[in-house]
Design a protein around this ligand. Structure first.
Ligand SMILES: [Zn+2]
Length: 229
């Protein structure tokens, strides 16, 4: 006599999950399918689909459905624009945003937010040129904090505006080796304190420089060796 293994609960095959997703997708007649939409019409629990495929988007991807539209904040959009700008080394064109090698957010998201590509660029430049009035106020308001951060009148973190100004001043190139992501794909640029913040250096444009991650690492190794010897 042979024993047959009978699982207590039959696991739904991937194909079955996907075909039910597809059914609801066509039923809803939209360009993408949200978890909310699926949970009202679908046969299975969204959590089952997430467990099986990792993320909602990867389940949709398997069906070739457009990914759930993501709602990016203005900060996300500006950060990504800054990244693309420095990787390209010059003002990006709309189509650069759709190049997945250098951009995480497609041009469509910018158009939804700003209407036209030129408006997105104008808003970004305006943002970069605006003063950090709020941040300056908050540092001068709190004397306690100022004492705590010792001699510093600026924060250690280099904000997006300042970062971009430094990158732009240095032509999106490493100040030591001269390489840029535009000519060396994959190269990472970092903005570095010339006089280290830990030695009293401030986060101001004159004390900042653009370095690639290799040179920046070399710089800190050198400093480390000098300290040790
Ligand atoms: Zn370098």
């Amino acid at each position: 006599m042979k024993f047959d293994y009978k699982p207590y609960r039959q696991t739904v095959p991937d194909d079955e999950l996907l075909s039910d997703l597809k059914r609801v997708f066509f039923l809803c007649n939209t360009d993408t399918l949200t978890m909310m939409q699926y949970s009202t019409e679908g046969k299975y629990d969204c959590s089952t689909i997430l467990r099986r495929f990792g993320t909602w988007n990867s389940a949709l991807q398997k069906l070739g459905i457009h990914l759930t539209q993501q709602f990016w904040t203005e900060e996300d959009l500006f950060k990504n624009l800054e990244t693309v700008w420095s990787k390209k080394g010059s003002q990006p064109r709309r189509r650069d945003m759709d190049n997945k090698n250098i951009s995480n957010i497609s041009s469509g998201a910018y158009l939804r937010k700003f209407g036209r590509w030129s408006n997105a660029l104008k808003a970004f430049v305006e943002f970069i040129n605006s003063e950090d009035s709020l941040e300056q106020e908050s540092t001068s308001n709190s004397n306690m904090e100022r004492e705590e951060s010792n001699i510093h009148s600026t924060k250690r973190d280099i904000n997006l505006r300042l970062r971009f100004k430094v990158l732009q001043r240095d032509n999106f190139k490493c100040c030591i080796c001269g390489r840029s992501p535009a000519t060396t794909p994959g190269l990472k640029l970092q903005v570095d304190h010339i006089k280290p913040w830990s030695n009293g250096g401030e986060s101001v444009i004159d004390n900042l420089q653009t370095l690639c991650s290799d040179c920046n690492l070399g710089k800190s190794n050198l400093a480390f060796n000098l300290n040790v010897n």
